[in-house]
Design a protein around this ligand. Sequence first.
Ligand SMILES: Nc1ncnc2c1ncn2[C@@H]1O[C@H](COP(=O)(O)OP(=O)(O)O)[C@@H](O)[C@H]1O
Ligand SMILES: N[C@@H](CCOP(=O)(O)O)C(=O)O
Length: 356
Amino acid sequence: MESFTITTPCSSANIGPGFDVIGLALSIYLELTVTIDRSKSSSELPLNCRITYEGEGAESGKVPLDPAANLITRVALYVLRCHDQRAFPVETHVHIKNPIPLGRGLGSSGAAVVAGVMLGKQVGGLHHLDDARLFDFALMIERHPDNVGAALFGGFVGTYLKPLAPEDMARVEIPLSEVLPAPAGGLDTGKRPPEPPHGIGHHIKFPWAKEIKAIAIIPNFEVPTAKAREVLPKDYPRQDVTFNMQRIALLPVALGQSPPDPELIHLAMQDKLHQQYRQTLIPGLGEIVESMSPSTQEGLLGVCLSGAGPTILALATGNYEEIAKKIMSRFEKNSIDCRWELLEPAEGTKVTTRHV
Ligand SMILES: Nc1ncnc2c1ncn2[C@@H]1O[C@H](COP(=O)(O)OP(=O)(O)O)[C@@H](O)[C@H]1O
Ligand SMILES: N[C@@H](CCOP(=O)(O)O)C(=O)O
């Protein structure tokens, strides 16, 4: 029996001005425990794989257990099929433990995609795939690099896409439905799926001041990221773009400096490219971002929408509960219940092999 565990952190993307660029891996971990019984020569299981699931959304059955429909195993199959392996090894069991809330702006899908590419690599024995190449595979599925970059590499990262040659660009623009075909019969067309071009995405790690912790205030409703991207405009006024560029030039320096400078961080976390448009989906967002500042709240550094929301991320050096409760009370005015968690920067995706 072969057994290994894949651990992938959740992430908060954007951190204010860094729309689709900046990501922060945080300490809630998706965990896959995988066992493969190599003594068996055939399997009755669909695609040779059995999935069990515990954690967020388990009771509502939101996460499919069919390996042709589950995001993690579909991504693993994509990696396998790009290497001419049609299914999982015979008798593969994937147990998913997922404490990352779904559709809340904490990168649950980014973590699932990264865990999926790593699963494909491990079960397929594709040891030549290094993290840079796994990033390419992840970017064929989740096409903004901030969450997957943070989930794969860990820490506080800036991510960027390389300008691609026209033929490679065409491959990256292939509709997602062809990269990850619809479930069941459609999934195995017998054709090799489109392989990612090499070096689509890159990242750089920024320092993070040890004093800074992240408070996640998590409302009890979901905002699917795809929906939160639809409300964004296609074009932006030049002054709004300049506003964000000025702040993004400050942000990585401000969050790396020890001791942290609250006024500088608060300024560096302002945004004009996504938050104002997403207010329509997240009642109270505008008021929360505008009303919370270090000058009126001891310990607070800055507040922003986490990813596409609805979670609010507050960075702070103390008074965590007080800050969380203030933000929660603003949501309560709009009849929204929340919970909160105190998180820290996390390392990237890890594989641990066990001998059973
Ligand atoms: N562990 C998981 N296993 C399978 N699917 C998952 C998992 N985590 C997330 N997903 C899928 O991703 C969706 C949420 O993605 P998204 O709307 O991008 O929100 P976010 O990434 O902010 O949580 C879920 O509804 C589910 O379909
Ligand atoms: N840059 C993306 C980040 C989405 O993050 P998620 O955690 O909400 O999936 C965006 O802002 O759309």
